[in-house]
Ligand binder design. Structure first.
Ligand code: FES
Ligand code: ZN
Ligand code: ZN
Length: 313
């Protein structure tokens, strides 16, 4: 996509953004409006939020979740919105401190309630501890995923939320989907899609309002809104197989415009309902013997991870 100057298709002013897939050129104001409408339509199409819902947004200070904060906040007061930040205790480049600072600042500016989970204070360890622990062999990012999923769900349950919104975008979703298709990973496929419904009292349903909005679009959105996301990259972010898969999906999009949206929309509308019906992955789920939160094993992966990190400290 290029930013070649043209006239805005909606108002005739000088265009700032060209969207070839939609055959549109838009000025910055109409681009912001276009993205907000898109997210609103995604919420409607997949029934992500109902009137009166209490929505907790998981906020990292990155461009996607900050864009989502502004978009959800612009959608009116049909539902209640609050934001949640997790201080992961990553000291390098002051990554965690900056993430919390940026998240807190934008919530204050918009008047959105901001709540923080402090991994060290609340659970006794940090992601830096996970990295230094010799007992943990999996990549830090994957342990961090377990931690974030657990602590955000737990906080959302405690806040009485109806749903937990995350900033996963079209690029994340199409990439993970293709990778799960290639691995024929039915369990993960059943858990993919714009909404992962709750499976019990202590599990809040997870929603992805940016399911049909690309990374490029959220970057442009924050840029034209004048939002400055945290500039540091997570020091543990690696060149993983999933980032290589992202390149493949980008290539696919280049050769066949609309591939990403076709992948995610086709999955959510046609494939997931059939999979969910025929697969038991969304069936009964037990309770962790240690914390009481939902798990399919006797002790949940968060409690196992925490124990190993605390034992090696
Ligand atoms: Fe968790 Fe990077 S944010 S490892
Ligand atoms: Zn315009
Ligand atoms: Zn547990």
């Amino acid at each position: 996509m290029s930013n070649r100057a043209k006239r805005c298709s909606w108002c005739g002013e000088l265009a700032s953004v060209k969207l070839p897939y939609a055959r549109l050129s838009l000025c910055s104001n109409h681009f912001l409006e276009y993205i907000e409408r898109r997210v609103k339509n995604t919420i409607k199409r997949y029934k992500l939020i109902r009137p009166g819902d209490r929505v907790v947004l998981s906020l990292s200070g990155g461009k996607d979740s900050l864009a989502l904060l502004h978009i959800l906040n612009s959608l009116g007061d049909d539902f209640e919105l609050c934001a949640l930040g997790v201080d992961l205790g990553i000291k390098k480049d002051e990554y965690s401190a900056r993430s919390i600072e940026v998240s807190e600042r934008y919530c204050r500016e918009l008047g959105v309630e901001f709540l923080k989970v402090d991994l060290e204070k609340d659970y006794g360890f940090t992601i830096d501890d996970v990295f230094s622990s010799r007992r943990i062999r999996r990549p830090v990012c994957s342990s961090c995923g377990v931690v974030k999923r657990y602590v955000t769900n737990r906080a959302a349950v405690e806040l009485g939320a109806d749903s937990l919104a995350t900033g996963h975008n079209l690029d994340d979703e199409s990439t993970v989907l293709l990778s799960n298709y290639l691995n024929a990973d039915i369990d993960l496929l059943v858990r993919s899609g714009p909404v992962l419904p709750s499976r019990g009292e202590r599990m809040v349903s997870r929603i992805k309002p940016l399911y049909e909005t690309s990374e490029w679009e959220t970057s442009m959105y924050v840029y034209y809104r004048g939002i400055q996301p945290v500039e540091q990259k997570c020091p543990y972010a690696l060149d993983t197989p999933i980032s290589r898969m992202k390149e493949i999906v980008n290539l696919l999009e280049e050769r066949r415009t609309g591939s990403k949206i076709a992948l995610v929309r086709g999955f959510a509308k046609k494939i997931k309902p059939i999979l969910a019906e025929h697969h038991s992955a969304l069936g009964e789920i037990g309770q962790c013997e240690e914390c009481g939160y939902p798990t399919s094993t006797s002790v949940c992966s968060f409690c196992r991870l925490r124990k190993r990190v605390l034992n090696s400290k």
